[in-house]
Design a binder for this molecule. Sequence first.
Ligand code: NDP
Ligand SMILES: O=C1O[C@H](COP(=O)(O)O)[C@@H](O)[C@H](O)[C@H]1O
Length: 469
Amino acid sequence: MAQLTAPDAPVIIVLFGATGDLAKRMVLPAFYTLAEQHLMPENYLLIGTGRGQVSDEQFAQHIHDALTEFATAPQPDEWARFSSRVRFAGGGFTVDDPGELVDAVARARQDLGENAQLINYLAVPPVAFQGFTAAIGAHGLAKGCRAVYEKPFGSSPSDFRTLNAAVHEVLDESQVYRIDHFLGKEATQDLHVLRFANSLFAGAWNAEHIESVQIDAPENLDIDDRAGFYDATGAMLDMMITHLFQVAAEVAMEQPASMDADDLQSAREEVIGCFRPLDPAEVVLGQYDGYREVKGIAPDSTTDTFVAARMWVDNDRWRGVPFLMRTGKRMAASTQRVSVVFKAPASTPFPIPADGGVLSFSLAGNGAVDLSMVVKEPGPGLSLVISDASIVLGDVEGADALPPYVRLIHDVLIGDRSLFTRPDGLASAWNVLQPVLDHRPAVQPYPQGSWGPAAAAQLAAPGRWLLGQ
Ligand SMILES: NC(=O)C1=CN([C@@H]2O[C@H](COP(=O)(O)OP(=O)(O)OC[C@H]3O[C@@H](n4cnc5c(N)ncnc54)[C@H](OP(=O)(O)O)[C@@H]3O)[C@@H](O)[C@H]2O)C=CC1
Ligand SMILES: O=C1O[C@H](COP(=O)(O)O)[C@@H](O)[C@H](O)[C@H]1O
């Protein structure tokens, strides 16, 4: 891959939700990493904003604390350079009252020049997207800006449509960057690279050769201190309609005309239009035992902390191939694996073990690609066994893997939208979910540390989930 470079033009970043959970875990450490790796432009300012009154010094200290807790404690020289570019504009930001933000941006423009690229980063809960977008329009911060929206972009099909229309009243689509950080993972990008660069897989990437696709993202994590957000969201929206659908689209898409941002984005987002609306009978929802006792969760909550689904892709390439998806909190393991299970050969001169041909991608960390194959057990007889070969992406020669938020924020800085989602894809994703929203399956309990409700195993029949059973 081409070496990443810093943009030339000065940048002003306005970070909404700057003292929130996502900001401290991911976004602020990502900006610091970009600065440390000389991937920020020479001149930039980072303006945090929120409803409270926070001084520039307090905000800088907040970032320092976040780096120390969630990344690594910054080196004094680098920190001095970074912290001198940090500001905070408090007092909230609404259509009626811009608080301190408009003045802060005006001062930043005086310092950096009128040609500075403005980036509005909305690291706030989805419920706040619309109000901030309207205020960005009302107070003159929309013209020429790039606007980054966290996920989920909307909380229901109608909310998505309303939000999308409200965003387009203020911003042109080309200004909008909807983040799905699974698209920024190294191994997710290998889903398309490996396939389109190796004829070994390109020719076999279809229903004739593939038996099933499994996208499995169990987590043993709890909901930490995100009870309010999580109880209103649940696993289906937090993970499935967002991350797992985008990863499914990376597996299922047709070859893009080129690797240009528009072509890659089109190939991925268009195939979501072929995902068949889910049959509620092919969806299992679960809630782990003890969830309702978590602080901040309603005692009668029916929120899903687990979802498993069997989805079908209605096009010639994928007809008849189940896409099995599963994710949940407080499960037996934390892993993120996409497995392409190849069919056994139609005729063989010997009986072969099951599950021999599996190409799988570990999306966690820097990622890995694993191939399991049937081989002869070395020795005198003809005994067949399954053996694995693994490519750890971080060990590939020349590897300089970037964490997903670093990669995606860098893409925003240089104006590359290829790894961001598009409204047509999101509209299709909501359509796929609609039957389950209309006829929601009952939420079944499951023990903490398990693989979810027993009914989920049935979705994989006559096969099985490769992980955990
Ligand atoms: N946390 C995580 O691990 C991840 C989060 N995300 C996404 O990031 C976004 C932010 O999540 P997270 O940081 O956890 O959320 P938080 O609940 O921590 O909210 C972030 C900040 O947004 C401001 N805020 C909250 N509610 C409102 C409101 N109604 N109106 C105006 N401002 C508000 C608050 O700032 P103040 O009080 O200063 O105004 C708050 O500190 C969400 O869309 C989430 O889905 C995505 C991936 C992972
Ligand atoms: O967006 C989210 O993703 C995380 C999992 O992300 P990763 O960084 O571990 O790959 C998930 O735990 C969280 O609930 C969800 O909001």
